[in-house]
Every structure is written in structure tokens, then in C-alpha cells.
Write a protein that binds this ligand. Structure first.
Ligand SMILES: CC(C)(COP(=O)(O)OP(=O)(O)OC[C@H]1O[C@@H](n2cnc3c(N)ncnc32)[C@H](O)[C@@H]1OP(=O)(O)O)[C@@H](O)C(=O)NCCC(=O)NCCS
Length: 155
């Protein structure tokens, strides 16, 4: 895969195991129930599309997408708290969707916590529509939280 170079955004490149300490640090700073190292290792080993924003001194975010059977699934999109609201999240999602489109994927899917308004609104602005709810999908401080299932056609 080729890196994405932009004048104003850091480069995107494939994630490797060597990146996992930085990735885990961003993950833990971003989610109350973060993925474990084992989950990231599984994603790398099964060949999911795993990208990082390489800011040279440190990573600024990452995204993980699976593809298969004409569908792609955005599994994790995460930007370092210090680098949010600068377009990195949108650019990363658009880049992953373009990769999927070029491999003849026609539908993109993702789940988002019902309480994650910032991410939900961002996905809607990028053309995703809510198509369902997965009851009690996520762990929560009190019990479980629903996931909203979002989809977007890739024409
Ligand atoms: C969701 C997330 C990936 C967005 O990344 P980002 O780099 O900030 O995204 P962008 O800069 O492309 O756009 C984010 C939009 O949300 C807005 N936004 C970002 N942070 C915000 C905040 N704290 N409060 C209100 N709006 C905010 C931005 O202004 C922007 O809106 P705009 O398009 O109208 O300008 C990032 O907030 C994040 O990593 N969150 C934690 C992990 C997460 O929840 N991931 C999604 C799981 S489904």
C-alpha cells in the first residue's frame, strides 16, 4: 500500500507490531474500554487493513478496517486527543473507504456507541446512515450500551 502524503496532514502508513506501544497509548487515552494489545495483534495477523498517522516524533492516530464478501467494516478509528478536530479522522475514513472501493467493495459498515455523538455526527457527515441497533453491544460503566449500526454505499 502506498502512503498518503498531504501538505498539511501527517502521512498514513501501514501499522506494524512495532507501533503497538504508541497505538495502545492513544487507545487508552481515547476509550473507557480500550482494545487490548492482543486484539491489535490479531488484526495485524489476519491481515486487516491497519494504518497509522506517522507524525515522525509520535503517532497521531490509526484506523483498522476488515474487508470481505463485498463489504468493509471500519473496526477502529482513533485520533490522538491532541490532534483532533483538524481533519485527520475524516481524511482517514475517506482514505480507507477509497481503498475498499478500489477493491470492489460496495458497502461500508461500522458500529458506534449510542453516546458517541462526535463520532456519530462525523460518520453521518461522511455519508453513513443508521440502519439498526445492536442492543447491549458494548460494555459500559453500568451494564451495557447499545451500538448504532451505520452503513454507506460505495459507488
Ligand atoms: C471520532 C474521531 C475519530 C474524530 O477524529 P477527528 O480527527 O477529530 O475528526 P475530524 O477533525 O475529521 O472531524 C471531527 C468533527 O468533529 C468535530 N469535533 C472534534 N472534536 C470535537 C469536540 N471535542 N467537540 C465537538 N466537536 C468536535 C470537529 O470540529 C469536526 O467537525 P467539522 O467536520 O464540522 O469540522 C476522534 O474524535 C476520536 O478519535 N475519538 C475517540 C475514538 C472514537 O470515538 N472513535 C470512533 C469510534 S466509532
Amino acid at each position: 500500500m502506498s502512503a498518503v502524503v498531504s501538505e498539511s496532514l501527517p502521512a498514513l502508513r501501514p501499522m506494524g507490531e512495532v507501533d503497538l506501544p504508541d497505538v495502545l497509548s492513544i487507545e487508552r487515552a481515547s476509550y473507557e474500554f480500550p482494545w487490548t494489545e492482543a486484539i491489535f495483534l490479531d488484526c495485524l495477523r489476519v491481515g486487516y487493513h491497519c494504518l497509522v498517522y506517522d507524525g515522525h516524533r509520535s503517532l497521531q492516530g490509526y484506523g483498522i478496517m476488515s474487508m470481505g464478501a463485498g463489504e468493509c467494516h471500519l473496526l477502529n478509528i482513533c485520533i490522538h486527543p491532541d490532534h483532533r478536530a483538524q481533519g485527520l479522522g475524516s481524511n482517514l475514513i475517506n482514505h480507507l473507504l477509497e481503498v475498499a472501493r478500489q477493491t470492489f467493495v460496495r458497502v461500508a459498515l461500522l458500529e458506534v456507541r449510542a453516546s458517541n455523538t462526535i463520532a456519530y455526527e462525523l460518520y453521518c457527515r461522511l455519508g453513513f446512515n443508521e440502519i439498526g441497533t445492536r442492543r447491549g453491544y458494548y460494555p459500559a460503566r453500568r451494564g451495557r450500551e447499545d451500538a448504532l449500526l451505520l452503513a454507506r454505499e460505495l459507488s
